[in-house]
Design a binder for this molecule. Sequence first.
Ligand SMILES: *[C@@H]1O[C@H](CO)[C@@H](O)[C@H](O)[C@H]1NC(C)=O
Ligand SMILES: *[C@@H]1O[C@H](CO)[C@@H](O)[C@H](O)[C@H]1NC(C)=O
Ligand SMILES: *[C@@H]1O[C@H](CO)[C@@H](O)[C@H](O)[C@H]1NC(C)=O
Ligand SMILES: *[C@@H]1O[C@H](CO)[C@@H](O)[C@H](O)[C@H]1NC(C)=O
Length: 902
Amino acid sequence: MLLGCLSLATQIHGQEPQDKSDFQSLIDAITLLLNFEGFISIDCGMPEGYTARETYYSSDADFVTEGYTAGETYYSSDADFVNTGINSNISAEYKTGTLDPRLVSLRSFPQGNRTCYTLRPAQGKNNTYLIRASFLYGNYDGQKNPPKFDLYIGVNLWEKVAMSRMNITVTTEIMYESSTDYIHVCLLNTGAGTPFISALELKHLNGSIYKSESGCMAPIVRNYMGLPEVGVAVTDELGRSWSYYNMTISANIASTFPINSQSSNDYYLPLDIMKKGVKAVDYVGYNGSLIYVRDQGGVASNFYAYLHFCDVEQTQNDELREFNISLNYSPWLESIEPVYLKTTTVHKKILGAGSGAILLTFERTNRSTLPPILNALELYVEKELPQSPTVPEDVDAMVNISLTYGVKKNWQGDPCVPMDFSWDRVNCSYDGNNSPQVIGLNLSSSDLNGEIPPALSALKSLRYLDLSYNSLTGPVPEFLAQLPDLVILNLTNNDLTGSVPKALSEKSSLSLSLDGNPNLCQSDTCEQTKKKKKNLNTVIIVASVVLSVVLLSAIAILWSLKRRRHTVGRTLKSKNRRFTYSEVVTITNNFQKVIGKGGFGTVYLGYLEDGTEVAVKMLSRSSSQGSEQFWTEAELLTTVHHRNLASLIGYCDEGSNTALIYEYMANGNLQECLLDKNRAVLTREQRLQIAIDAAQALEYLHNGCKPPIIHRDIKTANILLTEKLQAKVADFGLSRIFPDEDGSHVSTAVVGTFGYLDPEYYITSRLTEKSDVYSFGVVLLELITGQPAIIKSEENTHIVQWVMPRIERGEISSIADPRLQGDFDSNSVWKMLETAIACVPSSPIQRLTMNQVLGELNECLEIYLASRGPLEIDEVNKSSSRIDYLCDPLDLESSMSGPQAR
Ligand SMILES: *[C@@H]1O[C@H](CO)[C@@H](O)[C@H](O)[C@H]1NC(C)=O
Ligand SMILES: *[C@@H]1O[C@H](CO)[C@@H](O)[C@H](O)[C@H]1NC(C)=O
Ligand SMILES: *[C@@H]1O[C@H](CO)[C@@H](O)[C@H](O)[C@H]1NC(C)=O
Ligand SMILES: *[C@@H]1O[C@H](CO)[C@@H](O)[C@H](O)[C@H]1NC(C)=O
């Protein structure tokens, strides 16, 4: 196999220009490697010459799958094909024994803005390939400064590569269907350090696996369900990495028989993964179903799910394992019947999974006698490829011309796209609807010699060609006359010979310049040339008139849009104050001190004239949101008062400057209090009190106002604390002002609220008070555990997922915040935990109401205080009594019908 590789490489050399120096001066950083199996594996920066290496993958027989020759992979150096770029090795301290050997060397590109590798897999176009790029900085340049740069697949962004630390390996992978025989993988310098690459792999995928509509998708997660034997991550023969998903309420299953090679399918799944899995068990609330959740944290895209099943329990004659899968509570896949010791893969697109979670429920069908199972699951996000590359004929022609002339450092990748990286001296047409084409080529004074290359004839849209001031020899080719759009042809000052083809000299639309070619017979073409120039001028004038008209109308449109934004606000009759923008500037001392950042905007510290401290929230509002609507809603919110709601002092609404001015809360927000290790630990009692305060606020919004106000963004960061640690809920009603429709809420706030989202709401868009209850349940869990909503680890874990298995095992001590040692009453903790869990069932109907939550929490506090002896009765009564209701339900209703009617 190694021999085959070598001889093939020689063959490629044979097809390229014979002169090696010619080739080297051509396209920078081109790598052409072929492998009959459709594998291209490049160890970038490896010393010159081919080197074969044993694969770093495990050679465990279990991993070897049918139809897939594995065991060794050959990595090739890119040295033979690159003449820019610098080979380096990572610094010695990062060369640990377990490091993938390919990551030791790398190639960096300090020169040029774009460097492209050209991969030409044997299977060619219209095939799907797995392409993987790896980057390990390892302080190779001694600068201790990992760079950031863009990785492109063809002309589209693949990934923004960024490394937070020197020893982090970034690996990024896509399944890509190529429409051309070549695939460009490019590194773009974005001004944040020198791009480099450590390894690049391409693998041809057989058959029709991993196909996406856009032609490109990237893995989000690959999970296997069976209990891991060694370690947690498994890397398979395709280099896919699988992590263990701990399905909370399930039982493990595993084959007692070896799974034979017959069991595999086209997906090259590791048998070690497929011989194990989980099955559903009966459990309160789960009802014999398997539930898989993946929170997408605001990624509004299409996804592809691949579910892999292999039944490892032998079924008796009268037994049947059959199940349906619902996606976010809607039927999705039906009647799945796994086969004994054989892998079945089902896959389906998940349309616009939006900002919420992907929640798959596996439920047995009525006639099924056995519970659902799952062995492995993959999720991919569809990547759009919005940019069209230059038309392939033009790309081929330009590559050919660059091979002939050996020109220009930045002639790499696509000639026209991205626009900012188009080739020097090449002009392209970009009209949005069609693929870009080369319309101009100016190689004046470029030291060209030899003949005018025939490849130019393929540039069918060429409008001007300037080859003046070179040493070109040979005849003026006739094909130049066949280029339909050519209007300028400048061949002056060369050594062209022969006579000018008649078709060319007689082409009336063409401005032809041939002077300075002493051996060229021009006959009487010179006069004609002048005449044609006039024609061209007319063309230019017409074109510029058209252009000015387009420009003028664009300006007019922009201007009218701008005017529309400046709706003049009315004055507010409310007791709440309306501030002008200049007042806001004064209050905040020109936005001097930032005290917080949230989904809706940045919060600044400010002082009113009388010295009162205030928090000024500057809102990021898109122009499409009417000022009128904001005004009405802000006025409405200023009428809502409760001691546990952060009170709105006033607001500003002037042009695009929108601000809400709140009372200042000296102790910041609850999130900081819980997570900031430098702050005093909140006691159990304080936590209970905070929970009760916040619950009161929500209960009031839900039941004290008509129609109810749903907060939609309950999270610890939105629970503010006064000097005396009284909790007040902020940002209520903002989601009304910033509705989802224009995306500003979803794309900003939801990202910040990752972990608190009621999956049901984000899936169905059916908003009820129960969505707030879910979020509040998460807040309670944070208060109990001291953990954040998303527990960061190798695989981010949602706090509910973290807590559930511990509850099952009765491990309350491992749940409670370890910082609360000694301040621990297990009865009240259990009760609080029960309350929290009763807030987060996936089905909203099963969740408590805020009223019930409040009742339970008050009981918790009583139990807690009873266990501690004498009560501080004043304190308790104060916070559990509901006061300060200025929200007149009727009033509210009438003022809210206004905005709804619009
Ligand atoms: C990187 O290390 C290899 C093996 O030690 C060595 O052969 C090679 O010359 C080194 N490359 C550079 C650029 O120092
Ligand atoms: C659980 O399943 C049983 C039948 O298997 C059904 O009668 C019952 O309604 C289910 N419960 C829930 C909460 O879905
Ligand atoms: C070609 O592009 C260059 C740079 O973008 C520009 O300056 C030049 O005017 C263009 N030439 C023509 C003929 O459009
Ligand atoms: C080509 O570029 C040269 C300078 O580099 C310029 O003088 C000439 O006008 C250009 N030709 C065309 C057709 O734009």
